[in-house]
Design a protein around this ligand. Structure first.
Ligand SMILES: Cc1cc2nc3c(=O)[nH]c(=O)nc-3n(C[C@H](O)[C@H](O)[C@H](O)COP(=O)(O)OP(=O)(O)OC[C@H]3O[C@@H](n4cnc5c(N)ncnc54)[C@H](O)[C@@H]3O)c2cc1C
Length: 376
């Protein structure tokens, strides 16, 4: 017997779990499917800091900073036991980043704080000489928040390899069916054969360490260094600077080398003493090619070309002229800000699925279709 749901979500990282939470809160009957389990992909590896984006301007900065303010209240209000408010100390890597931080400080509405003398004295001399910014930020326990969000959904461990659609119903291998499907599959292989949705997988490595160095802050410079609820434990993590690329690698990831790199970079910022590495976490985070997240319905490229090729030739084709997969949406491409963006994006997607509320064009997957169609 096929089990029927209002919505099936494929992928139980922070994106899949956030939309599951939004929809179950709205009394939807939800199935959450993941091939590995909850928070086992990129989300399980994340340091899961909730911090703003420090850059001069741009749409990405605007959306991340709106999402940051939303996420701080959201986690505190709904998932306080998985959330820790923590003072952020972001130190510039170089002069160029220093300029960006001083610009940000001048124009931000966020309350700026001063780091304590104790923490400054533990920084390496070079780090002390750099521009910095400090403000109220947070950190979530990635696994526990995803589990809490998924609590009201049915959950199964299953690898989805294809989706069938018939008479208004999506089904998966004759086992599960639903009116709506949400793809929240991160940087993993696409379920749809649609060339225009390209995502970049970036490898990340985080280690939990024990150390006698006391650090109650979330410090970001070459890598992120943050404390946890456990005394004498720090988490050190990075994505973009890691030596490995899963899509080009011929050898398995070298954990020992990764640990060495993380500790060397962390030690350029903070004097770390008596270190024992306790645990490694690795995973892929997925980013879009214009760095903006991707939320909303998916265009059927073949059908759109078949019906409306002429309309695609205009300078700015109207997204409403495209043909879309029925009741099939995506939430993905959050880069290094998945935990900051997910609650905000999930709200937007829930309002689209349940109330047909419009999604800003800059977030829609259709933007990639429009660019791809023009190149063809
Ligand atoms: C080391 C590291 C540190 C990071 N630090 C931060 C940070 O401090 N703050 C922050 O906000 N973000 C951070 N990020 C980024 C953040 O982790 C990602 O943006 C976020 O995890 C993306 O979540 P997701 O749900 O889109 O993807 P994922 O968590 O990767 O989830 C996708 C899930 O889909 C499942 N799946 C895929 N295909 C299928 C299929 N066919 N069938 C069934 N299941 C499938 C996978 O098993 C996986 O569990 C970090 C990332 C890394 C790697």
């Amino acid at each position: 017997m096929q089990q029927h749901y209002d919505v099936i979500i494929i992928g139980a990282g922070i994106n899949g779990c956030s939309i599951a939470y939004e929809l179950t809160q709205a009394n939807q009957n939800v199935l959450l499917i993941d091939k590995e389990g909850i928070a086992c992909g990129g989300s399980g590896a994340a340091g899961a800091f909730i911090s703003p984006k420090f850059s001069k301007a741009g749409e990405l900065k605007k959306i991340i900073n709106e999402a940051f303010v939303y996420a701080m209240q959201y986690y505190e209000h709904h998932f306080s036991s998985s959330f820790l408010q923590q003072q952020l100390l972001h130190i510039a890597k170089d002069e160029k980043e220093g300029e960006i931080l001083s610009f940000f400080k001048k124009e931000t509405q966020l309350e700026l704080l001063e780091p304590s003398c104790e923490i400054i004295s533990q920084l390496q001399e070079d780090a002390q000489a750099q521009e910095y910014i400090s403000l109220k930020a947070g950190i979530v326990d990635a696994s526990s928040v995803c589990h809490a969000m998924a609590e009201k959904s049915d959950i199964i461990k299953y690898e989805v390899t294809n989706l069938q659609y018939h008479k208004g119903i999506w089904s998966i291998d004759g086992l599960y069916s639903a009116k709506h499907i949400v793809l929240a599959t991160g940087a993993y292989k696409h379920l749809l054969d649609e060339e225009y949705i390209a995502l970049r997988g970036v490898w990340g490595h985080r280690i939990d360490i024990q150390t006698t160095t006391r650090n109650p802050y979330s410090i970001h410079q070459f890598v992120s260094i943050s404390s946890s609820n456990k005394e004498n434990h720090l988490a050190i993590g990075a994505t973009h600077d890691v030596h490995y690329h899963p899509q080009h690698a011929t050898q398995p990831y070298d954990y020992a080398k990764g640990r060495e790199e993380l500790l060397a970079k962390a030690s350029k910022t903070l004097r770390l003493e008596n270190i024992t590495v306790l645990k490694d976490y690795t995973g892929l985070r997925s980013g879009s090619f214009d760095y903006m997240p991707i939320v909303g319905p998916l265009v059927q490229s073949k059908e759109t070309f078949a019906c409306c090729e002429k309309k695609l030739r205009v300078k700015k084709p109207h997204y409403s002229t495209f043909v879309y997969y029925p009741n099939l949406t995506m939430i993905n491409g959050s880069g290094g800000y998945g935990f900051v963006l997910a609650p905000y994006l999930a709200k937007i997607l829930k309002e689209y699925i349940l109330d047909k509320k419009e999604i800003p064009q800059s977030l829609l997957p259709a933007r990639f279709f429009a660019r791809w169609a023009k190149r063809r």
